[in-house]
Ligand binder design. Structure first.
Ligand code: AKB
Length: 318
């Protein structure tokens, strides 16, 4: 990886991944691809090149790839699960139409391509506990349908055209930098903001709703390490289960209370998010990622909680 295009560079993952890639690959161009209305600002704008790249417009991707001699594309454009249910046609256009554009340009220009999948690629009839790498994927959400379609299409391009496509199935991602917006796992970010601000947190999911979650630094490392992995060791490509922690609302609440004893949470259920969360696994088995490319998370719930609270206090109050 030398010249990298990040599509969706101003989003939750993109804004941090672009900066991290710029630090990891200082000799190359890491281009922040953004859409109109979500232009990069501050450090993201000042530390490297940026280009308007709407993933649904193939010519915009091709122009950026040509101009910056791109060899690797990180495709992070997507509508998250809850918001995708409100706009299923747009979710398909971005998730599958956009991916198709990236695959075709990668085929023509010989780019490697990273496109995240998700725990949302599983459904009600998937084994819920220790969900295996290779198992039933019949999701009920449009988000999940786009993710499974993306996994299949990416594997097809790798087999049929030799495009170097790789992917991980992200759990809910937790970060103090950019908010997620529109996901089912967002509560696990919002709860920290409420704790630091001194607000009572209204939890949209009921006790006992377990899902895999991950702290953003681990997720960024996973996205870089999978693209750096020795291809001869990869049995799988699209997409790898990765995991670091699984909890329900009661467990994260109790953990935060260890550091913010006065913090209060009450339940105000969101039926759509509850239904989606109920259809997703409790926790994934990530042994294939560990074996094939050495995946290993660094943060557990305690380490993440201490770091989140410290950074949010700084961000919100200093
Ligand atoms: C969502 O909740 O939609 C995402 C995801 C788990 O893919 N955070």
């Amino acid at each position: 990886m030398k010249n990298i295009l990040v599509i969706g560079a101003t989003g939750q993952i993109g804004s941090e991944l672009t900066m991290r890639l710029r630090r990891e690959y200082p000799g190359g161009n890491v281009v922040a691809g953004y859409i109109k209305g979500a232009e990069p600002k501050g450090e993201l704008l000042e530390s490297g090149p940026a280009a308007e790249v709407d993933i649904t417009d193939a010519s915009m991707i091709a122009d950026a790839v040509e101009k910056y001699d791109i060899d690797t594309i990180y495709n992070l454009a997507a509508l998250l699960s809850a918001v995708a249910e409100a706009k299923p046609q747009l979710a398909w256009k971005i998730g599958v139409g956009g991916l198709y554009n990236c695959l075709e340009i990668s085929r023509e220009k010989n780019c490697a391509l990273f496109t995240p999948s998700s725990i949302g690629s599983f459904g009600n009839n998937t084994p819920k506990k220790d969900t295996p790498q290779d198992t039933i994927q019949r999701p009920e959400t449009i988000y999940g349908v786009t993710k499974v379609s993306g996994e299949l299409l990416s594997d097809y391009y790798a087999r049929r055209f030799g495009v170097d496509t790789r992917s991980v199935r992200f759990p809910g991602l937790i970060s103090y930098v950019a908010p997620p917006g529109g996901g089912t796992t967002d509560y696990a970010v919002d709860i920290y903001y409420a704790a630091v601000k001194g607000d009572t947190f209204e939890c949209p999911l009921k006790p006992g709703t377990f899902m895999d979650m991950m702290y953003m630094p681990d997720a960024l490392r996973a996205a870089i390490e999978i693209m750096e992995a020795d291809p001869s060791k990869l049995v799988h490509r699209n997409s790898f289960n990765i995991a670091s922690m699984s909890f329900d609302p009661e467990i994260i609440y109790a953990k935060i209370k260890e550091y913010v004893p006065e913090f209060r949470m009450e339940y105000k259920l969101d039926p759509l998010r509850q239904q989606i969360a109920d259809s997703w696994p409790d926790n994934l088995d990530d042994s294939c990622a560990r074996e094939e490319w050495g995946w290993k998370p660094e943060y557990d719930l305690d380490g993440m909680t201490q770091d989140m609270l410290a950074h949010l206090r700084k961000k919100l109050f200093s």
